[in-house]
Design a protein around this ligand. Sequence first.
Ligand SMILES: Nc1nc2c(c(=O)[nH]1)N(C=O)[C@@H](CNc1ccc(C(=O)N[C@@H](CCC(=O)O)C(=O)O)cc1)CN2
Ligand SMILES: Nc1ncnc2c1ncn2[C@@H]1O[C@H](COP(=O)(O)OP(=O)(O)OP(=O)(O)O)[C@@H](O)[C@H]1O
Length: 196
Amino acid sequence: METRAELRRRIRQQRSKLTAAQQTEATQQLVDLLLPELLKRQVQHIALYLSNDGELNTLPLIQALWQHNILVALPVLHPFSPGHLLFLHYHPDSPMTTNRYGIAEPRLDISQLVPLHKLDLILTPLVAFDKQGNRLGMGGGFYDRTLACSNAPAAMGIAHECQKVSALPVESWDIPLPEIATPDALYQFSTPNLHL
Ligand SMILES: Nc1nc2c(c(=O)[nH]1)N(C=O)[C@@H](CNc1ccc(C(=O)N[C@@H](CCC(=O)O)C(=O)O)cc1)CN2
Ligand SMILES: Nc1ncnc2c1ncn2[C@@H]1O[C@H](COP(=O)(O)OP(=O)(O)OP(=O)(O)O)[C@@H](O)[C@H]1O
């Protein structure tokens, strides 16, 4: 069985081989699939992320959400609580900075903070997922810590089809995702996310 580190390396490498044309098509398909679903659910406040490292491009989805007056929040690395995220309101004029992983994030401004309980849904990045909704991320534990909070909203992963594997090694702190959207499908898993 591959270790988590080996799986991360293999899937990230596979994802990085997608061509620009494949990335563009996947991005458009994701918007076509996910936007109507989010509108149907009447989400008003949603956490997304800015793509990095070959992740499916989320910008067109963000722009479509803005057009529907849906509030978008982005993760910001917590300034003094390692491993934790804050979510800040993101709008077209948000002052941005680059975090220590080279990912753009809104400049810390507490007036822009969106507390977890105000979010209707958190769309999460991931490196790999399996047929039960288990999620393997970049290894910082950021989203596991966020989703472990008692007031965390529902979560949905976003991934390319090439990030799907049959089974992931799972650790005690891993929080499975009830849903994962790819350009091809909205997977729904029966695994209850009970926060026990
Ligand atoms: N687009 C995006 N934003 C995100 C995440 C993500 O997975 N994707 N995160 C999800 O949690 C958080 C950032 N977590 C990350 C954890 C590790 C690395 C990373 O690149 N690690 C490098 C080496 C790190 C370094 O240079 O210090 C590596 O593994 O190669 C990146 C992001 C918050 N924002
Ligand atoms: N709820 C939690 N409380 C405390 N530590 C946690 C929690 N969740 C994860 N961790 C710690 O975070 C570290 C990284 O976890 P893991 O490898 O599962 O991250 P990941 O899901 O791949 O990353 P990310 O969520 O940032 O994409 C582990 O060492 C784990 O002990």
